[in-house]
Ligand binder design. Structure first.
Ligand SMILES: Nc1ncnc2c1ncn2[C@@H]1O[C@H](COP(=O)(O)OP(=O)(O)OP(=O)(O)O)[C@@H](O)[C@H]1O
Ligand SMILES: [Mg+2]
Length: 399
């Protein structure tokens, strides 16, 4: 469908859809659209496309997609002032972006990165949101360099990823903080002069307060961008000692996503990272296994010791139903696989632990040598659907 977009007007395009600039001049989140190049808007996402000149766009709308037009820009003035202040900093600058759910955090990071890249800064971004991770699969945090303008973090290639194994940091704050520390260390080796830290929207409650303050302590950012309408972040900002705080407003036109849509987006992503997966068998005795639930720890340790000695525990287990059911409970758990340098190399689904053959079976696309397996706290079926309380709850991710 052809759409004429007049100068200084903005098209809000909801995915799943694609946009191609036919003529004129338009940009999205600070990234200029190139004539004839198709831009994809994923399901559950909205892209604001601003016309700098009268433009013609070709829109392709998938099922459930839509679009609308507004006068002027969808980017709040406070964002532009913040960009100016951040870019005025000479030399290295680290910027942490905070806000509640659907406040525009990721879009702010993308826009800032785009302007900085256009000014020839060397930019890296940390995707610190385990629930709606865009650079890596859900349950991970990651870091990537940005060398040209983007419209979506999804298109970036992670230079390092860490597996946290949960979709909300509230379920494993220490693990998430440890993963972020590793990425901070990585960023120091990357020769960048702008580090942007994107965060998740967990801001309410005592746990969130501590987590946010700790995150700020890890990075000691030069600038904290607080996206808030009122005083949603005040309790956190009051506790942060270092760094300049810049307050900005959430965009009025932001698209809110329900829990179901968020889950559906995660499931799409799991599927992407499980593509071409096969069952791989790893030796139980020689594989490091981390993140075991406390009630399984002793059992697995015993099985691994026996495996190392080449002994089976089949008989003991068959006469000991509880151990069997504990192993069964681990089936379908999401796992993260690491190489010998403790670098995350992919996700998998734990199929089973076979004490008689001394192996652990994992459904994964990873073909490289695996050194350690980190057990996550969520379960997935082979279609990438999250399993809650023994119930299959596949969102209609393809819709
Ligand atoms: N100014 C804007 N106009 C229209 N849509 C926007 C604007 N800013 C962001 N969006 C869209 O709104 C949705 C939510 O924005 P975004 O993902 O940036 O928020 P977030 O705070 O990072 O969300 P989350 O809490 O899920 O991490 C996205 O689909 C995004 O593309
Ligand atoms: Mg986000």
């Amino acid at each position: 469908m052809r759409v004429n977009l007049k100068r200084n007007r903005t098209l809000l395009v909801d995915g799943p859809s694609s946009i191609t600039l036919i003529s004129g001049s338009a940009s999205a989140l600070g990234s200029k659209l190139r004539e004839g190049c198709r831009v994809i808007v994923r399901n559950g996402k909205r892209l604001p496309v601003e016309a700098e000149e009268d433009s013609v766009l070709d829109l392709r709308l998938g099922e459930g997609a839509s679009f609308s037009e507004i006068e002027g820009s969808a980017i709040p003035e406070s964002w532009r002032r913040a960009f100016d202040r951040i870019l005025a900093v000479q030399g290295y600058v680290s910027v942490m972006v905070m806000g509640g759910v659907d406040s525009g955090k990721t879009s702010f990071c993308i826009y800032l990165a785009n302007i900085a890249v256009n000014e020839e800064r060397r930019v890296a971004i940390i995707d610190g949101d385990v629930g709606q991770s865009e650079i890596g699969p859900p349950t991970t945090v990651s870091i990537a360099r940005i060398s040209k303008p983007i419209i979506d973090l999804f298109s970036l290639k992670a230079e390092s990823m860490r597996f946290v194994g949960v979709t909300s940091p509230s379920r494993a704050p220490d693990k998430a903080l440890d993963a972020l520390k590793r990425l901070r260390d990585k960023s120091l080796e990357m020769n960048v002069n702008m580090l942007i830290i994107n965060t998740d929207g967990w801001i309410n409650g005592e746990g969130a307060l501590e987590y946010r303050v700790e995150t700020a302590n890890i990075f000691s950012p030069d600038i904290i961008v607080a996206i808030q309408d009122g005083e949603e972040l005040k309790h956190i900002l009051d506790r942060i000692r270092d760094g300049m705080i810049i307050q900005v407003k959430p965009p009025r036109t932001v698209k809110r996503r329900s829990r179901d849509v968020r889950r559906a987006l995660r499931e799409l992503s799991y599927r992407k990272y499980l593509k071409d997966a096969k069952i791989q068998c790893y030796p139980l005795g020689w594989m490091r296994i981390e993140g075991l639930p406390p009630d399984k720890y002793d059992l697995i340790r015993r099985l691994r010791e026996k495996a190392k000695m080449g002994r089976t525990e089949t008989e003991d287990l068959s006469s000991f139903g509880e151990a069997y059911s504990k192993l069964k409970e681990m089936e379908n758990m999401l796992v993260g696989l690491q190489d010998e340098n403790e670098e995350f190399i992919g996700i998998g689904i734990l199929c089973n632990i076979d004490p008689s053959r001394h192996i652990i079976r994992v459904y994964t696309p990873v073909k490289r040598r695996v050194h350690s397996i980190m057990v996550g706290q969520i379960k997935l079926d082979r279609h990438g659907c999250e399993i809650l309380q023994d119930e299959r709850v596949c969102g209609r991710a393809g819709a």
